[in-house]
Structures are given as structure tokens and as C-alpha cells.
Write a protein that binds this ligand. Structure first.
Ligand code: HEA
Ligand code: HEM
Ligand SMILES: [Cu+2]
Length: 670
């Protein structure tokens, strides 16, 4: 009846997962009770859960991402502590638990932390920056988000019921085959990643279509903000490579569930096929994350330097160059697995060439600051911290791309240091820069500056204290994924690294304090103009927060930096453009299709993991039927009356007039 599921799945004999589970369940119950007591359900259901508004979906993606970053950080603290106390001793984590932790940490951080944040930024920003009212497929967008949330739910469920994979964040066969990992851990991985992967693909399709088909009048390709270009490049990579991941995991599932032999040496299978296929997705995946982060920096540097971006066209070219070349380097992850000198040379050179595209970008950002009136506000601090940190992480990447050097550093702590260096210094710093920068746009008030700066400096210093020792450890011969350590010489560096995590914890706390302090002082920090940073792209032309229809009248763009042009003209002529003729607007209505489909795919995934076949069939049919029934609508739009459009836009114009006065006073028409 319940397949493999019985009471032994609950980790009663393991205090750490048991206590963590209890705490998480209590917090979750507390939140649910609070929402119920306060009577917030109807509001949440109407305005968020069933919303098809790209801004709301973007915010929910970011919320999911931040929660998962904290979850992944908890894993990181446990690993660093274990490696500092398990020197010639067993430490406090049994080996099989440690293996689950690094697997969960890697999977969660990349697929459920960084990915949702990046997708959230793309969702929120792309339509606003292109001057349109939503993405191409708003209802589908909601399905994409909820499928990602469904995957995240399954990964976290493995903490309470059963176990997670112990294979590393990419489950290489033969270890991941049933013969060597018989439990449900790998199955949790497979279904969680499979379901969320489909969600990601949906968002990728949506963004590509939006950018190609939905730009406002005058928004030519070469007038789009660089963020939109990076979102396009990243989404093209999603569309090209996520199906490869889906196919690869489906093949591994067939091996595990039906005894196929795709990746076993018996009966003609080949584990190297998995390694090739998974990296054909896995390598582009890290560029899917970094490209939008590059886009965020490309918005922030010009804004806080008071200058247009240096080399706009070379930035676009470099983005597309990185997008294409990143598809041709996957083999650098397994130089040591016997490809031969000629093949290794090809992939070594193609990997190093990426440094050229990245270098172009770095020089462009530096030249943007050069000669500008640089304002060292919080988003700018994260961006400058990024340049310093990322260059070093990138350069160690180029070292790894030299096959003979990689034979020494492969799978060592040097590698672990490299990728945290680029992921934290690039993607995570980019996310924090973006959160600080666009927070006032989303919520209508700024974040507290003092706490923001404190958080930045703690994160920056904490990062280096945690990860610089790992480079040294790598060169001293320490390999990755060690549950305990037998060499005393490594001990001092492991202690330093653990102290670094202590600093990072303070950084995370400062970030939380910043949020709380800002919410309490929101009236003082309120942004009434919609343009708190003196921005340059169209999202700053809307009020903060933007109305659900974004623009009362669709903008007409006449050059690069669309909003900067509008502002310049207004300051020069000392007046806003005359009031337009308002018309009613058609907007898509909300739909429960996303949450409904995801609810049943979660049950489906759970049933597959535990071999509860009848439930899997019922849930799959329900998910599909629900998707068809709810997505199939006769009426899918409603009309916003012209009075409402006019009322919202007149309020915006009044705030603009005040802004115009301020701008003319401070800098004339410069
Ligand atoms: C956001 C994520 C991200 C980014 C941006 C990068 C960027 C790069 N990575 Fe990294 N990498 C990872 C995430 C990332 N990597 C992960 C997660 C792994 C490990 C996965 C695992 O095994 O679990 C990994 C592993 C990895 C390997 C495998 C090593 C091994 O397993 O033994 C290699 C080898 O070639 C490599 C190379 C590179 C290179 C050449 C770049 C380049 O793109 C860097 C380019 C940037 C610069 C060089 C700096 C700026 C440039 C200049 C200032 C111009 C001047 C410089 C020169 C001319 C050199 N990476
Ligand atoms: C915030 C601070 C972080 C710390 C202290 C940290 C620490 C660690 C540690 C100790 C490991 C295991 C190293 C080993 O193999 O022995 C690890 C692995 C890993 N981390 Fe992090 N990490 C952090 C953030 C991140 C982030 C933000 C990401 C990605 C977005 C990430 C992605 C990964 C990946 C992919 C692995 C490899 C997992 C595997 O071996 O399968 N980490 N990290
Ligand atoms: Cu790679």
C-alpha cells in the first residue's frame, strides 16, 4: 500500500536531523497558524499564490531563493565545523550524514537558492525594462514558479522522511545506480531536480519569447538594457541545456527503476555517457547563473557612476560570446578521466577563451567608473567587492583549465575554493547588489544604509577568511568531500576557515537586522519618486511599487538608456510631456493552475520516490487533468477601467513633477 514507506523512514535514532526537523516543522506550523489567525489567507491566495503578475512571481522566486540560501548556509556551517573538529577524530557527524550534507548543500545552493533568485530577477525586471506589461505567457509563468517550489519542497522533505543522496551534487554512476545506492536518497534527488527543471525550462521559454517578441515601441535590440541581454543569453542556455538534464536524469531513472543499463558497464552501458551528458548541462548551468549577475552589475555601475555604461555594444557581444562558448567547454570537468591529450587541449583552450569575454566585461565596468562621480552606496559596494573577488576566482579557473595543472588540482580543495570564489563573489554578490538596488522599486522604501554596509564588509571579509585557506589546503593535497581528516598540517587552515564562517554568520545576521530595521523605519525610508538612485532604465519610470499593469501608456523609446533620455528631455524643457490620452487596459486574470499542478506533482514525486505506484498514477493524472482544465479558459483577461488607469498615472505624474524640480536643482541638465 505504501511502497517502501514505513515508520523507519523517520530518523528517530539520529538526533541532528530529528531536532532540525522538529524545529522546522514548528516554525512552519507557527507561520501557518499566524496566517490563519490573522485571516491573511484570502489576501495571499488572491494576490500572491494565484497571481500571474510577473512582478509578484519574481518576488516569490526571490523569497524561495533566500530561504534556500539560508538552508544551504546551515549545511555549510555544519560541514566547516565537522572538518575543524574531525581532525584525527570522528567528529560529530557520521560519514553517511556528512555525505548527504555536501550533496544537499551543493544541490540546494545551485538549483534552489541561486537559480530561483536569478529567475526571480529576470521575471521582475525584464518586462519593466522592456516597457511592456507582462511576460509572454503569464499563466505558464506561475506554473513554472510553482514547479520549482515543488522541487524545493521534495528536497527539504528528505530531511524528515528518509534520506538525501550521498553522491555529490551531480550523481555520477555507478555510485548512483541502485546496486551501490539502494536507498531513496538518489530518488529524492532525481524527482526534485526533474520537477524543478521543468519549471526552469518554462521560465526560460517565457523570457526568450518575451525578449524576442514583446519589446515596447522603439526598443530595438541594441537599445535594450544589458540586463535584458544577459537574461536572454541565460534563458537561451536554459532552453538549450535543461532538456539535456531532463533526458539524462530520465535515463538514470530508467536504470534505477526498471533495470535499464544506460550507465552501467554490463549489457553495453557506459558511465562516461552520464558524465559527458551531465556536464553538457552542468557547465552551462554556472553561466546561466553568472550572466544575469553580470547584467545586474551592468545596471549598477552606470547608475552609481553617473555615466552611461562604457562599451555597451562590446558588452552585448561579450555576453553572446560567453553564451555560445560556454556550450563548448564541458569536458574541463573531467580532464583526468582519460579523454587523451588532443581532446583535453581543445577543451582547455576553449575554457581559457571565456576569460577574454569576461575580461572585456571587467574592463568595461572599470572604465564606466573611471572619470565618473562614483557614489559608494550599498549596491555599489557589492559590485566593487565583486570585481576584486571575481577576478581572483576567474583566474584560478583559468589555472584549472590547463590540463596538466588540473591533474594536480582536480577534486582538491583548490577546486572547491575556485568555484565558491566565482559563485559567491559573482552570483551571490550580484544577487545582494541587486536586492539592495531594486528593493525600493519592489516595496516602495529603501533598505537601511548603515546595516547594509556592515553586512557587506562582514560578508566580504568573511568570504576571504573562509575560502582563501581552501586554496592553500588544496595545494597541500587536501581533497574535497572528506568526512574526517588525518593530517595535522591541515588543521590551522581548517580552523581559520571555520573562523571565517563565524564572520559570515555575523554578515547574515546584519542582513536580517537591516531588513527588520528598514521595515520599522519604512516611513523615513519611503521612496515617493519611483526613482531613488537616479536610474537610467525604464523600471525607474514607474512608481514604487509599480502598478500591476506597469505602464499606463506604453513608452516610446528613442535611444539607449530609455529612461535617462526621458529625464534629460524633461529637465531641459522643464516640463513633463503633456498628459496622454488614457485607454482601458487588458490584463490577464489570476489562475490557480500553478499551485494546483505543483501540489499534485509534489505528491507524484513523493509517490515515485517511495514506490507507491497507485498514488503516483493518481497524482500524475490529477496534475495533468488539472493543468488542462485550469489552463483552458474561455475568459482569460479583464479590463482595467480608464478611470483607474488615469488615477494611477496622474499620481505618478505628480511625483515626477517633484522629482523634476529636485533634479533641475541639483544638476541642471547635465
Ligand atoms: C558561477 C560559476 C562559475 C564561473 C563563472 C566559473 C568560471 C570559470 N571556471 Fe569554473 N567551476 C564552477 C563554477 C564556475 N566557474 C563550479 C561550480 C565548478 C566545480 C563543479 C564541481 O566539480 O562540483 C567549476 C570547476 C571548474 C573546472 C574543473 C576543474 C576540475 O574539476 O578539476 C574548470 C577547469 O577548467 C573551471 C574553469 C573555469 C574558467 C576558465 C572560468 C572562466 O569563466 C573565468 C573567467 C574570468 C576571469 C579569467 C577573470 C576576469 C578576466 C580578466 C581580468 C581578463 C584577463 C585574464 C586573462 C587573460 C586570463 N571551473
Ligand atoms: C556561504 C558560505 C558557504 C560555505 C561556508 C560553503 C562551504 C562548502 C563546503 C564546506 C563544501 C564541501 C567541501 C568538500 O567537498 O569538502 C561545499 C561544497 C559545495 N558548495 Fe558551498 N559553501 C557556501 C556557499 C555556497 C554557495 C552560495 C553555493 C552555490 C550557489 C555553493 C555551492 C557548493 C557546491 C556546488 C558544492 C559541491 C558539493 C559537492 O561536493 O557535491 N556553496 N561548500
Ligand atoms: Cu565548467
Amino acid at each position: 500500500m505504501f511502497g517502501k514507506l514505513d515508520l523507519s523512514a523517520i530518523p528517530l535514532s539520529q538526533p541532528i536531523p530529528l531536532i532540525t526537523s522538529a524545529i522546522v516543522i514548528l516554525i512552519a506550523l507557527g507561520v501557518l497558524v499566524l496566517i490563519t489567525v490573522k485571516g491573511w489567507w484570502p489576501y495571499l491566495w488572491r494576490e500572491w499564490i494565484t497571481s500571474v503578475d510577473h512582478k509578484r512571481i519574481g518576488v516569490m522566486y526571490c523569497l524561495l531563493g533566500v530561504l534556500m540560501l539560508i538552508r544551504g548556509f546551515a549545511d555549510a556551517i555544519m560541514m566547516r565545523t565537522q572538518q575543524a573538529v574531525a581532525i584525527n577524530a570522528p567528529g560529530y557527524l557520521p560519514p553517511e550524514h556528512y555525505n548527504q550534507i555536501f550533496t544537499a548543500h551543493g544541490t540546494i545552493m545551485i538549483l534552489f537558492g541561486a537559480m530561483p533568485l536569478v529567475l526571480g530577477f529576470m521575471n521582475f525586471l525584464v518586462p519593466l525594462q522592456l516597457g511592456v506589461r507582462d511576460v509572454a505567457f503569464p499563466t505558464f509563468n506561475s506554473v513554472g514558479f510553482w514547479l520549482t517550489a515543488s522541487g524545493a519542497l521534495l528536497v527539504n522533505l528528505s530531511l524528515f522522511i528518509g534520506e538525501f543522496a550521498r553522491t555529490g551534487w551531480l550523481p555520477y554512476p555507478p555510485l548512483s545506480e541502485t546496486a551501490y545506492t539502494p536507498g531513496v536518497g538518489v530518488d529524492y534527488y532525481l524527482w526534485a531536480v526533474q520537477i524543478s527543471g521543468i519549471g526552469t525550462l518554462i521560465t526560460g521559454i517565457n523570457i526568450v519569447t518575451t525578449v524576442l517578441k514583446m519589446r515596447c515601441r522603439g526598443m530595438d535590440y541594441l537599445r535594450m538594457p544589458v540586463f535584458c541581454w544577459t537574461a536572454l543569453a541565460s534563458s537561451l542556455l536554459i532552453v538549450a541545456t535543461f532538456p539535456v538534464l531532463t533526458a539524462t536524469l530520465a535515463m538514470l531513472s530508467l536504470d534505477r527503476y526498471l533495470g535499464f543499463h544506460y550507465f552501467t558497464n554490463t549489457a553495453g552501458g557506459n558511465p562516461m555517457m552520464f558524465v559527458n551528458l551531465v556536464w553538457a548541462w552542468g557547465h552551462p548551468e554556472v553561466y546561466i547563473l553568472i550572466l544575469p549577475a553580470f547584467g545586474i552589475f551592468s545596471e549598477i555601475f552606470p547608475t552609481f557612476s553617473g555615466k552611461p555604461l562604457f562599451g555597451y555594444r562590446s558588452m552585448v557581444a561579450a555576453t553572446l560570446f560567453i553564451c555560445i562558448v560556454s556550450l563548448l567547454v564541458w569536458l574541463h570537468h573531467f580532464f583526468t578521466m582519460g579523454a587523451g591529450a588532443a581532446v583535453n587541449t581543445f577543451f582547455g583552450i576553449s575554457s581559457s577563451i571565456i576569460a577574454v569575454g569576461t575580461g572585456v566585461k571587467i574592463y568595461n565596468w572599470i572604465f564606466t567608473m573611471y572619470g565618473g562621480r562614483v557614489r559608494f552606496e550599498v549596491p555599489m559596494l557589492w559590485s566593487m567587492g565583486f570585481i576584486f573577488t571575481f577576478i581572483i576566482g576567474g583566474l584560478t579557473g583559468v589555472l584549472l583549465a590547463v590540463p596538466p595543472a588540473d591533474f594536480i588540482t582536480h577534486n582538491s580543495m583548490f577546486l572547491v575554493a575556485h568555484f565558491h570564489n566565482v559563485i559567491i563573489g559573482g552570483v551571490v554578490f550580484g544577487i545582494f547588489a541587486g536586492l539592495e538596488f531594486w528593493f525600493p522599486k519592489v516595496f516602495g522604501f529603501r533598505l537601511h544604509e548603515g546595516w547594509g554596509k556592515t553586512a557587506f564588509w562582514l560578508a566580504f571579509i568573511g568570504f576571504w577568511v573562509t575560502f582563501a585557506p581552501l586554496y592553500i589546503l588544496g595545494l597541500l593535497g587536501m581533497t574535497r568531500r572528506l568526512q574526517h581528516i588525518n593530517f595535522e598540517v591541515w588543521a590551522p587552515w581548517l580552523y581559520v576557515s571555520m573562523a571565517g564562517v563565524g564572520i559570515l554568520i555575523l554578515g547574515v545576521i546584519s542582513q536580517v537586522v537591516q531588513l527588520v530595521v528598514s521595515i520599522r523605519n519604512r516611513d523615513k525610508l519611503r521612496d515617493v519618486t519611483g526613482d531613488p538612485w537616479d536610474g537610467r532604465s525604464l523600471e525607474w519610470a514607474t512608481p514604487s511599487p509599480p502598478p500591476f499593469f506597469n505602464f499606463a501608456v506604453m513608452p516610446n523609446v528613442t535611444g539607449e538608456e530609455a529612461y535617462w533620455g526621458i529625464k534629460l528631455r524633461a529637465v531641459e524643457t522643464q516640463q513633463l510631456s503633456p498628459e496622454p490620452k488614457y485607454e482601458p487596459i487588458e490584463m490577464p486574470i489570476n489562475s490557480p493552475v500553478g499551485i494546483y499542478t505543483a501540489f499534485f506533482t509534489s505528491i507524484f514525486g513523493f509517490a515515485m520516490i517511495w514506490y507507491i505506484w497507485w498514488l503516483a498514477i493518481v497524482a500524475l493524472v490529477a496534475a495533468f487533468a488539472g493543468f488542462v482544465v485550469f489552463a483552458w479558459r474561455d475568459v482569460h483577461e479583464f479590463e482595467v477601467p480608464v478611470e483607474e488607469v488615469a488615477r494611477v498615472d496622474r499620481a505618478r505624474r505628480a511625483a515626477r513633477a517633484a522629482l523634476l524640480e529636485r533634479l533641475s536643482g541639483t544638476r541642471g541638465a547635465s
